[in-house]
Write a new protein. Structure first.
Length: 335
């Protein structure tokens, strides 16, 4: 359980508590993206270096992972011109020689492995899609979460227009509310507690409220329409971790559900603090925030009644707000 909690907490912290869309959908490739990035989990990831080769920027990437328990290293480089947001890099896997003094350069075997396509939502979050020539690796997509910066390099993000921020926030909240609904639907099947089915219906209402605004602002529906799947790969990783967290017991499911609501609260507070957010969107987000407070008032006491333990805030930044929420009664949420 402790390991799972660390995994979930890592996702929350490194994504800026999931609000990855206060800027443009993607940032341009730049020296500031150089550094170490976790790819889905702390045991695998990539090192990125924007190098200067023959007077042209080169995107150099080294991917470390595992296959059947064995350490795998993939390397690749691709020249590019500044001003682009997405780049596909051919990757190579090497083998064939020995260690240290037994290394013989002519014995190195370089095999074309396939490609990775990388883009960054902001300076701390990105996505890596991969396609291998080897069926043992296949193809797929991984969320990238920054682990470290290169000392002395700054990463720059465009703030985006008010209209852009509003549209991106709607696309994000549509999927985040779906994440809450899908988590509760799964826990309801696992544990048969009405609290999950009741709040899942509320989350569906939240999803519908956001979708109505997406129609107004001409934003394409970001939802996959399939339970447990998400176009946003950070939310996909978060969903998977929450389901794992709540799979061990009903008490852990209550904790995972409360963590979902704490995250919703923090993200919505972030939106409400954005001076560029249109009034109609803010009004809807205020109702969603009210609903999340009520949901937290349901899950935290359920955990306490089941275990006899006092509920402890899971996102430290919300300690004061959560204490105030749990010490007050349910709200009517604008009805």
């Amino acid at each position: 359980m402790v390991i799972i909690m660390k995994k979930v907490s890592q996702i929350f912290l490194f994504t800026g508590l999931l609000f990855a869309f206060s800027t443009n959908a993607n940032i341009q490739l730049q020296p500031g993206v150089s550094g170490a990035w976790i790819a889905g989990a702390s045991g695998q990831g990539i090192f990125v270096n924007i190098a200067r080769v023959n007077d042209q920027p080169n995107f150099v990437v080294a991917w470390y992972g595992y296959l059947n328990g064995e350490q795998i290293w993939l390397v690749g480089a691709q020249p590019f011109e500044y001003g682009i947001e997405t780049l596909t890099v051919p990757m190579t896997i090497t083998s064939g020689t020995g260690w240290d003094t037994n290394f013989v350069e002519s014995d190195v075997i370089r095999t074309d492995w396939g490609t990775v396509t990388i883009d960054f939502s902001d300076c701390n979050v990105g996505t890596m899609q991969y396609s291998s020539n080897d069926e043992n690796y296949g193809s797929g997509s991984m969320a990238l979460i920054r682990l470290s910066n290169t000392d002395g390099l700054s990463c720059h993000e465009d703030t985006g227009s008010a209209d852009t921020i509003a549209k991106q926030s709607l696309a994000f909240m549509r999927e985040e509310e779906k994440l809450a609904r899908d988590v509760y639907l799964k826990f309801n099947r696992d544990y048969g507690q009405n609290i999950f089915s009741n709040i899942a219906r509320s989350e569906q209402t939240h999803m519908d409220s956001v979708l109505n605004l997406m129609y107004v602002y001409n934003v394409e529906d970001s939802s996959t329409g399939v339970e447990g799947t998400f176009n946003n790969q950070v939310l996909q990783s978060l969903y998977d971790a929450l389901i794992e967290m709540g799979s061990t017991s009903l008490a852990d499911a209550y904790l995972a559900a409360a963590l979902v609501e704490e995250t919703d609260i923090l993200d919505l507070l972030t939106f409400e603090g954005n001076e560029n957010m249109p009034a109609d969107i803010l009004a809807t987000y205020d109702k969603l925030l009210c609903g999340s407070r009520n949901h937290l008032r349901s899950f935290a006491p359920a955990y306490e009644q089941l275990t006899g333990n006092t509920y402890q805030v899971q996102i430290p930044e919300l300690a004061t707000q959560v204490a105030e929420i749990l010490s007050s009664g349910n709200e009517q949420c604008g009805r």
